[in-house]
Design a protein around this ligand. Sequence first.
Ligand SMILES: NC(=O)C1=CN([C@@H]2O[C@H](COP(=O)(O)OP(=O)(O)OC[C@H]3O[C@@H](n4cnc5c(N)ncnc54)[C@H](OP(=O)(O)O)[C@@H]3O)[C@@H](O)[C@H]2O)C=CC1
Ligand SMILES: N[C@@H](CC=O)C(=O)O
Ligand code: NA
Length: 819
Amino acid sequence: MKVLKFGGSSVAQPDRIRGIVNILKGYYASGDHFTVVFSAFGGVTDSLIEMSALAARGDDRYGQLFQEFADRHQSAINDLLTDDRLRDETAGQMRRSHEVLKNLLYGIFLVREASPRTMDYVLSFGERSSSYIITQCMQQAGIPAEYLDARRILKTDKTFGNAKVAFDKSYDKIREHYREHPQVQVVTGFIASAKGGLTTTLGRGGSDYTASLLAAGLDASAIEIWTDVSGVLTADPRRVKKAFTIPRMTYAEAMEMSHFGAKVIYPPTLMPALQKRIPLYIKNTFEPDFPGTKVSEESDKNGVAVRGISSINDVALCTVSGTGMFGVPGIAGRIFGSLAVAGINVILITQGSSEHAISFAVQPTAADRAKEAVEDAFAFEIERGVVNRVKVEKDLSVVAIIGENMRYQPGISGRLFRALGKNGINAVAIAQGSSELNVSVVISREDETKALNALHEAFFLSDYKTLHLFIIGVGLIGGTLLKQIEQQNAYLRERRGMEVKVVGLANTKKMLFDAEGIDLASWKKRLVASELTTDLPVFVGRMRSLNLSNSIFVDNTADDKIASFYESILDDSISISTPNKIATSSGYLQYQRLKNIADKRGVQFRYETNVGAGLPVISTLRDLIDSGDRINKIEGVLSGSLSYIFNNFDGSRPFAEIVREAKDKGFTEPDPRIDLSGKDVARKILILGRETGIPLDPEHVSVEGFLPEGAMEAKSVDGFFSVLEENGDYFAELQQRAAADGKALRMIATLEGEEATVGVQAVGNDNPFYTLSGSDNMIVFTSDRYRVRPLVVRGPGAGAEVTAAGVFAEIIQIGSSLS
Ligand SMILES: NC(=O)C1=CN([C@@H]2O[C@H](COP(=O)(O)OP(=O)(O)OC[C@H]3O[C@@H](n4cnc5c(N)ncnc54)[C@H](OP(=O)(O)O)[C@@H]3O)[C@@H](O)[C@H]2O)C=CC1
Ligand SMILES: N[C@@H](CC=O)C(=O)O
Ligand code: NA
């Protein structure tokens, strides 16, 4: 024998009922013995509550609600029952029954009172109507169905609204009834009866409980709860998009999940099932072939550690503390005794072993009463100053990981706190039952969704990590980066378990946000069409308020204004990757502050592309230093654009033409004067100096320019090009002089000791820089270990593809370090 139960949403419309009758036909045809429990049609219980409340207030609009209720059932009958006899019989029966309800409501209206006892009777009309109509539909479909009013078999006390079941008596009645009724019994969920035939109810969601009680009474082989979701999910799918069905779990796990608000199972349901070891299946009426979730006693010790992640959305945390608590027995007893007397339910409790403070979480609505109750209980100690007034913190949530196997695996809480920490989520309080079935963390309510997502990614291998990128600057580098992400996303998801979602974009004009991810095939159009004008504080504020897990900020501009936001971004626990050299090459103190904040927050501030674009220059330098090497000298061609310019300037074409070419190829800064003046190179050698530990400031780098006088006074980039054109002879002469000696011009930066210099040199073919071509950079590290033969990094040091790829690689590295 199987017990099936269909909830209100499964029977909300006639079409759905037809679908269910079809499912039941399949069961019947297969020869399975079954009985089936129904809830009221979706929304009916709420409407019965509302009409009674109106009537009890003397508001005659209850009549209209009643009429809608009656009409809804009559129209379901007309829609579902095509057999004349069955239809007339059902319609007649419902009319008679609803007449009773109508009179009952009128009674409530007259006496202005709907007691819990009356309410239970009113509510019973919901289940009685739905179950009766569906019984008739089943008969029409050829199933020998018989309507069973559960009040005949389920016996309770008189706690109206949430009656306690008399188990043995009910089980006897169930067995007796089923022995004498071989037909398929169609049972009203939720309702029962107390002595004297009084109607009672089993609490909201009680139809599940009805099914479980029937199953226990009948020693059924299985309980199937049919609902509108595909079983119990790993997390609330409204908050965690990647939540998926838990294929199987233990009763204890299901109990934990449902206490934590996974609405799928009504908690008392599990007890009778557990006692009789009856497996319980949660199935989806929309997807009848999907296996759903099986809840049983089977636990596999090798299975996943964490079965699900859950949360309680709004709690208040009360803390009792004071010097008079240490080593005094009975404190906890008095706190929780006072709460019990005040009728306050405690959600979570923590006490550190210093015994200085006890914290407990309650519903926010109960927080003030809890404070009052405890302060009353400790009035004496509070007056003497040995216990403090109760501190109440609101706007908190509890997130919890749940799973029986956690107790067999070390490192689970490490992973939990790492995922929270990497996302800047502060744990306000922590609790773990010694059963290790659940680890609960109290956090700020605004972090709840972020926490659930971060934990989901951290604990479910089948899940992939989603990085949320906020990108400012979509020009040459930014645009290329977006293209690369679009092309590589499938690979990253499959091979690296990582998905990169761009959720924020901005250029100087517009900005755009989409927490679901901006489609990278059409970002340009969307950005142009966006109604948001770029406003940096707003952009940063939005990034903060979206509060997405694994957020990363990418600055692809050359703007100094953006760098001024880095500090607060890092302080929000958001990592940064940037090719923009402003922050790293301006004041030393700012550079140092950014590094410190990143360290403090456990996030990353990355800027490898600041030197040598995608070439591993900064990382190589760090590796040398971290492994104990000492840098004696750094020498390099650090400008991709100047390298290109000098490599191609052989006197056959004007200098200005080649500069333009370097710009067109994407090697120069947005403003090429920064390159030609030597400023860009100065920034780079400065950064390398800082990385070796020298606190250099820009004025410490001496730059010897090579431009003709007045060139840097040009007011615009175009003006600058005009000066270059006008000075064709000047540049030709520079080149010819070097060539006459068999030499080539190179802009070389040197750091030796604390001395940093930048200047153009003419080098001969015995110099390693002589052989460079294209936009090559070449960085030569002479160190204690690389003394005789230095370590050399060489390759294209500018250009859109290599630079964007360098930023992309950093994003992936940051991503790997998250959660
Ligand atoms: N080219 C290369 O080889 C290398 C470049 N870099 C660095 O990469 C960075 C980007 O260079 P590149 O792509 O060539 O520059 P681009 O001029 O092509 O692009 C800059 C982008 O930033 C946007 N932007 C600028 N200021 C702001 C602002 N205040 N608010 C919002 N958006 C802004 C621009 O918007 P809009 O389109 O509206 O103007 C544009 O989208 C620079 O810092 C450069 O030093 C680093 C290593 C190598
Ligand atoms: N403009 C720069 C680009 C890399 O930083 C260069 O020319 O090297
Ligand atoms: Na680099």
